[in-house]
Design a protein around this ligand. Structure first.
Ligand SMILES: [Zn+2]
Length: 193
């Protein structure tokens, strides 16, 4: 479409209305010289090739936090299993304490490896991965509270168990939830632009 008395953008060749001070499409100034237009075109191309750094970082942050948790869970689990071995060889005969140590150790290692799968999904911006990540941390919180209550009631104060579980597992869930929210916010922005 060409407007009566309008002007043509020297950068993107869009026709603009006479009253437009800048190009409607690419925001270039009216009446650029060919050299200026060329420079403007190059700048536009360079901008188009830039990755969307900030939103990517924002979505990547939960992944980084989750990866930190996954590593901590695996190492913590292996450490707890080592304590279990020490307990067994050290002659600890409290079955409840041994069971809770073993269950926590194996549970942590399992969560750590499951989280590894989740992270792969998160990097691909798969919604299921974030939901699974939240689920994993909820299972972790409930599982570790239940493990202490069932296997070794009274070993550690229930309030301490609850807060400890929430801190150890809840942070990962919060990170996954934040990632999920950001994923949808970003999707909205992409859809509206
Ligand atoms: Zn233009």
């Amino acid at each position: 479409m060409v407007f009566a008395g309008g002007w043509t953008c020297q950068v993107c060749w869009k026709s603009n209305r006479p009253q437009d001070p800048v190009c409607y499409r690419c925001k270039s100034r009216r009446g650029l010289t060919p050299d200026e237009a060329e420079a403007e075109r190059k700048a536009l191309e360079a901008r188009a090739e830039l990755p969307e750094v900030v939103p990517d970082l924002v979505v990547a942050l939960p992944v980084v936090i989750f990866r930190g948790y996954a590593r901590a869970w695996r190492r913590g689990g292996i450490g707890i299993l080592a304590i279990l071995a020490l307990e067994v060889f050290g002659g600890v005969h409290n079955v409840g304490a041994l069971l809770v140590t073993g269950a926590l150790g194996f549970g942590l290692v399992a969560c750590g490896f499951a989280a590894g799968e989740v992270i792969e999904g998160m990097r691909g911006r798969e919604v299921w991965a974030f939901i699974f990540g939240i689920g994993l941390s909820i299972i972790g919180v409930i599982g570790s509270i239940a493990a202490f209550q069932v296997l070794a009631p009274g070993l550690i104060h229930p309030t301490a168990v609850r807060w400890g579980s929430l801190i150890v597992f809840g942070g990962a869930g919060a990170a996954a939830a934040a990632g999920l929210v950001l994923l949808f916010l970003r999707r909205d922005r992409l859809a509206s632009s």
